[in-house]
Design a protein around this ligand. Structure first.
Ligand code: ADP
Length: 332
């Protein structure tokens, strides 16, 4: 294989390849996004043109990579997977660009991590399907122009705000993926329990959905764990009790928060007296990276109104105190 190309892409190593939807119609929720994408796909197909570049943003685990694999499947084309963190120099990008075939998809996950020097190559690649490489410098400099096959770039990011305007503006379609409802997660749990061939009671599926932080990836992770537990401890049948006991055992609480989420709230409440506290200070205290907190922990805590982000820093809400069973300071 060409250096820099992933032989077998494993964008999210959560071992649920079997559960990932393969077609748009197998996806649950995101109806308005899907409807818009279908129109764009149909129009491009009818015109025999490549689909316009697409940017997906939203918290991890909500379906960005799934869309990036399902869209090429709908179009009958192939996809190559790259990660912004792996494209540190222009030479890392070249093999991907020169490997694209007509109408195929290049997926760049974490596209906000592509450095400026590499990003500039993306501009002409996206706009004119061309890259210009300057070799040498001064009077000896020469420019090599490569024609690329017309292709579709699909970018995914958890931080839309970190993309430069010139890059963002080159995406024809921009879609934000929002949180899933508990009913949608329950449907995912039910469908996937059939794929995994394990009987899950209706109220058990409701419970797993409720404890999945509005995130399909977590619903699948929880389901895998509940299945293991059921097979070892409960004759393989997932009842409400089995779901509750197994999730309690790995520290997933009734709101779906895991140990790290609660550790964050606990740090904010106890060490920083409820805030306001800076993200970096919280991250140092917890000994995790601030990126992890900002990408994976805070979005759901914010959405659940357990904390708020203010100009002076992060602060716990009354609901945050209540959930953690910590007595709030006297409201004087
Ligand atoms: P992201 O790229 O946004 O981090 P993924 O696309 O990898 O998230 O989604 C994680 C997992 O969640 C997928 O492997 C898939 O099984 C499941 N999933 C995501 N979106 C959906 C959906 N709309 N319907 C059903 N399952 C989904």
């Amino acid at each position: 294989t060409t250096p820099g190309i992933l032989a077998s892409p494993a964008p999210n190593n959560d071992g649920d390849g079997k559960l990932r939807p393969r077609r748009l119609d197998e996806m649950v929720g995101q109806r308005d996004v899907i409807e818009r994408l279908k129109i764009a796909i149909d129009a491009a197909t009818r015109r025999r043109e490549p689909l316009g570049h697409i940017l997906f943003d939203g918290p991890p685990g909500l379906g960005k990579t799934t869309f990036a694999t399902v869209i090429p499947a709908e179009m009958g084309t192939t996809v190559e997977m790259a990660n912004g963190a792996g494209l540190s120099a222009p030479k890392d990008l070249l093999p991907y660009l020169t490997n694209v075939s007509e109408g195929s998809v290049l997926f760049i996950d974490e596209i906000h991590r592509v450095p400026k020097a590499v990003e500039e190559y993306l501009y002409t690649a996206m706009e004119d399907f061309r890259i210009d490489i300057v070799l040498g410098d001064g009077v000896n400099a020469r420019t090599l122009n490569f024609e690329l096959k017309p292709f579709t770039l699909i970018g995914a990011t958890t931080r839309a705000g970190m993309l430069s305007a010139p890059l963002r503006d080159r995406f024809m379609i921009r879609e934000h993926l929002g949180w899933y409802t508990n009913d949608q997660l329950k449907e995912i749990v039910m469908r996937n329990s059939r794929k995994l061939d394990i009987p899950v009671d209706d109220d058990a599926a409701t419970e797993i959905a409720r404890r999945s932080r509005s995130t399909p990836r977590l619903a699948n992770n929880r389901l895998h764990w509940v299945r293991d537990y059921a097979q070892i401890k409960a004759n393989g049948k997932v009842t409400l009790d089995v779901a509750r006991n197994s999730l309690d055992m790995i520290g997933i609480d009734v709101l779906g928060l895991d140990k790290q989420d609660r550790n964050y709230l606990d740090t904010l409440l106890r060490v920083f007296a409820g805030g306001p506290a800076g993200l970096e200070a919280i991250a140092h205290t917890m000994n995790v990276s601030s990126d992890t907190l900002e990408d994976e922990v805070e979005p759901f805590l914010l959405r659940s109104e357990l904390m708020v982000r203010t100009r002076r820093g992060r602060m716990a809400t009354a609901k945050g105190y209540e959930h953690m069973k910590v007595k709030p300071p006297d409201a004087a």
